[in-house]
Write a protein that binds this ligand. Structure first.
Ligand SMILES: [Zn+2]
Length: 491
């Protein structure tokens, strides 16, 4: 594979936010929120409710935020909250009414409990909307509704949408429209505020169709000045935890949010807010952002390429990412540095330390530093459970002393940057739970903290004009907002 190819969408969690630093004084001054209503101008993609931080598992509403240690050293409720990762979008609350709005528009049938006038000639439908509960599946629900199991069979067999009914989750809604004799005439499934699947009976079969609603997008702007922690500054600025996490993820390659943040650092962020009607249903994407760290300014613009893949780039079109994570385990501390002249703590003799030890609780996820292929996932007496990943021709990374391997990790499998390949442990010659991490360039050990990391791929040349065309108005917008803040605060 080409070294630079980095999958957008697999942002590893930021090193972030943990900020073992707790409640310190801070003076984030905040922040006016500007919104405008021309939000669609720069947003033609249809991905609306993309969950951040997201591998497939994280995108599932039932997935636990698994990539975090159970307990963080020195944490408290506040930091734990911060560590918990992107909060799910606030769709639950909005769901019922949005769904109802959709149904109103699409389905002018009678309501439940409408008076039954015996003489009415037209067939009346009995409509009932239910919320999926914990432990529900279609069989349970249909039984509760007094509907025959064969209807489930026909619904699931409906191509191509029927299979989506297997994915119902608590909070989703189902709307049953029944004839007077109780026969199911139509089923509407509403997995979120923006989408409804309708299945209408034709004979025994059901014919499905998808109704989508575009949310209204508005742009919001926030500015904050940091005293000690980004997280606290963001809260003061009125930024949601979710957007803060994403902001930090964008800049994590250049800024270590635990070690590098200084008083006076500031951020500017332009992001989308999504509405159905007047109802706020969640945050859309961060469109543009600037982070000033120790006087140095970093700017990032979201760009979706002509294949629809979105990622963040600086104004010159270079990716904000690097091809490798600086550290493959989060929320850790370095317990032993790269040192070719070290006296080994167990064996009391000179044994070069050709890697870095990250102390972290047993079970802390270990992430693949870059895209690559697992060449070894094995166990030896000194290494314990260990994984070796080959990244293109030049680069190799090694991960030792794991308590266990990540799911599906074995020799030969491909891994993505940020994918969990194992968990911190103390197997092999280890005096306590830690990850021993090595970084090799052309077979030679380098210090992973200081080695120059290759960049991820820039905007392809063929896309550069298109990128510039889209980036320019976003940069202007960011500048305009900044100027308004400066005017408002007297510069
Ligand atoms: Zn070590």
């Amino acid at each position: 594979m080409s070294l630079g190819s980095v999958n957008p969408g697999t942002f590893p969690r930021p090193h972030l936010i943990l900020i073992g630093v707790l409640t310190l004084l801070m003076t984030a001054f905040a922040v006016d929120q500007f919104s405008d209503d021309e939000g669609d101008r720069f947003n033609t993609e249809t991905v609306l409710l993309e969950l951040p931080g997201a591998d497939a598992a994280a995108a599932s509403p039932t997935a636990q935020p698994s990539a975090l240690p159970a307990a963080l050293p020195g944490d408290d409720a506040t930091t734990r909250l911060a560590a918990r990762g992107p909060a799910p979008l606030a769709i639950d609350a909005a769901q019922g009414s949005a769904a109802a709005a959709l149904l109103d528009a699409a389905d002018p049938t009678d309501l439940v409990g409408a008076t039954r006038a015996p003489a009415l000639p037209a067939p009346r439908l009995n409509v009932e909307q239910i919320q999926v509960r914990r432990g529900d599946n279609l069989s349970v629900i249909f039984k509760r509704q007094g509907l025959p199991a064969r209807d489930i069979h026909y619904l699931l067999a409906s191509e191509p949408l029927g299979r989506r009914l297997k994915n119902i989750f608590p909070g989703h809604s189902l709307t049953f429209s029944r004839a007077e004799d109780g026969t199911l005439v139509k089923l509407a499934y509403t997995p979120g505020p923006l989408e409804t699947l309708e299945f209408e009976r034709v004979g025994d079969d059901f014919v499905g169709r998808e109704l989508r609603q575009e949310p209204r997008r508005t742009r919001a702007y926030k500015h904050g000045v940091i005293d000690h922690s980004l997280f606290i500054a963001s809260q003061r600025a009125g930024l949601s935890d979710n957007v803060t996490m994403r902001l930090a993820q964008i800049f994590q390659w250049d800024i270590d949010f635990v070690l590098d943040i200084r008083q006076g650092d500031e951020f500017h962020v332009v992001f989308e807010e999504l509405y159905v009607g007047d109802e706020f249903i969640g945050h859309g994407d961060i469109l543009a952002a600037e982070f000033v760290n120790r006087g140095e300014s970093y700017r990032a613009i979201r760009y979706a390429d002509s294949h629809g893949r979105a990622d963040y780039y600086n104004p010159e079109g270079d990716s904000m990412r690097k091809a490798f994570l600086r550290a493959p385990v989060e929320f850790s501390r370095i317990s032993s540095n790269f040192n070719l002249r070290r006296i080994h703590p167990l064996f009391k003799r000179n044994m070069p330390h050709r890697g870095i030890d990250y102390a972290a609780p047993t079970g802390t996820p270990i992430l693949a530093a870059g895209d690559g292929r697992v060449v070894t996932a094995s166990r030896t007496k000194p290494n314990g459970n260990f994984v070796v990943i080959q990244h293109g021709e030049q680069f190799t990374t090694k991960y030792l002393h794991m308590s266990k391997f990540g799911r599906g990790i074995k020799s030969g499998v491909k891994v993505k940057q940020g994918q969990v390949i194992g968990y911190v442990g103390a197997t092999g010659w280890a005096s306590g739970p830690h990850l021993h991490y090595e970084f090799l360039v052309n077979g030679v050990h380098q210090n992973p903290r200081t080695v120059e990391l290759p960049d991820a791929e820039p905007i392809p040349r063929t896309e550069l004009a298109r990128f510039n065309e889209r980036a320019a108005p976003l940069l202007t917008l960011l500048d305009d907002f900044k100027q308004q803040v400066q005017l408002a605060y007297g510069g």
